[in-house]
Design a protein. Structure first.
Length: 301
């Protein structure tokens, strides 16, 4: 099963060498029969490898808090699906025995919402799973609030306080935005069923997600100049490194584009450099900056 999900030999070997290979393969085949996509199966395979390599897989009995502790080292969006994968897999293979989870005050409404997402909305298994694993902790938190015993007693203030607590627990804005989408979807359904007060879904605000905020910040130009100035020396490694760093810094090349450069790509006579863009599958031509040309010439010599 793993051979159909991972093509690189080193990655495939990593998955096949992890504990409980047969049990993980059986569960993946079970998920494939349920219609999971290849991308979803690859993610499940990754989650199962984490669980199989954890001490949980060697225990006879697993408490509900044990997967929670295992998942704490991962980001907020990964924790719920990791916990769900562990409990589903353990139940499927029949070991270790899992502590029974109480149904909860809103279990009936949550089950009805899952049926709605599956049968009427036609959402994927992974989407339904993600929403379930986001809603269940929310309901657990609401059950701890005094004087709240029904959905029609939930107010926007309760939801806001839950968002604040999750933010303080390390959730990113992107994870909180996904949570807001899930809660809005549920409460729109709950309003249609007249389980909760009208307008509750519309009162849920998503945090602002800034364009490209997830991209890592690079060094500023003064730091780049300091790096270039520090690459001195006449030894082959220093000469090579200076040429590589100048190509990265001045032309913004990817590492693969630098590695793919050939002698015919540098036209010293006409002071041009041609870059083959792997993603765009075309060649672009740029003026050959003097300092870069000198660095490349020194490397060639």
């Amino acid at each position: 099963m793993h051979e159909s999900l991972f093509s690189f030999p080193s990655i495939l070997a990593r998955y096949r060498s992890a504990p409980l290979l047969v049990e993980r393969e059986r569960f993946l085949q079970h998920c494939a029969k349920q219609g999971y996509t290849r991308a979803a199966l690859a993610k499940i395979a990754w989650l199962l490898r984490i669980v199989a390599q954890s001490p949980l897989s060697e225990q006879r009995f697993v408490r509900r808090s044990d997967p929670d502790r295992m998942a704490r080292v991962y980001c907020a969006s990964t924790r719920p699906v990791l916990i769900h994968a562990a409990t589903q897999w353990f139940a499927f293979i029949g070991r270790p025995r899992i502590e029974a989870r109480p149904k909860g005050l809103f279990a009936k409404q949550l089950s009805a919402f899952e049926t709605y997402m599956c049968e009427e909305r036609g959402l994927s298994h992974m989407t339904i799973l993600t929403r379930h694993e986001q809603l269940r902790p929310f309901f657990d938190a609401i059950e701890c609030v005094r004087h709240v015993h029904a959905l029609n007693q939930i107010t926007p203030q309760h939801i806001d306080r839950y968002f604040i607590s999750q933010s303080e627990n390390g959730w990113s804005r992107a994870s909180l935005s996904t949570l807001a989408d899930t809660l809005r979807s549920f409460f729109r359904y709950a309003e249609a069923q007249r389980w909760c007060r009208s307008g509750l879904a519309a009162a849920i605000d998503s945090p602002t997600i800034y364009s490209k905020e997830s991209l890592p910040r690079g060094p500023d130009w003064s730091q780049v100049q300091a790096l270039i100035a520090n690459i001195q020396g006449d030894d082959p490694v220093s000469i090579r490194d200076r040429a590589v760093v100048l190509l990265l810094a001045i032309y913004g090349l990817r590492r693969g584009e630098v590695a793919a450069l050939r002698l015919e790509d540098v036209d010293f006579e006409n002071e041009l450099i041609r870059i083959t863009r792997a993603k765009q599958r075309r060649t672009q031509q740029y003026p050959l900056i003097g300092v870069v040309g000198d660095a490349i010439m020194q490397y060639l010599q």
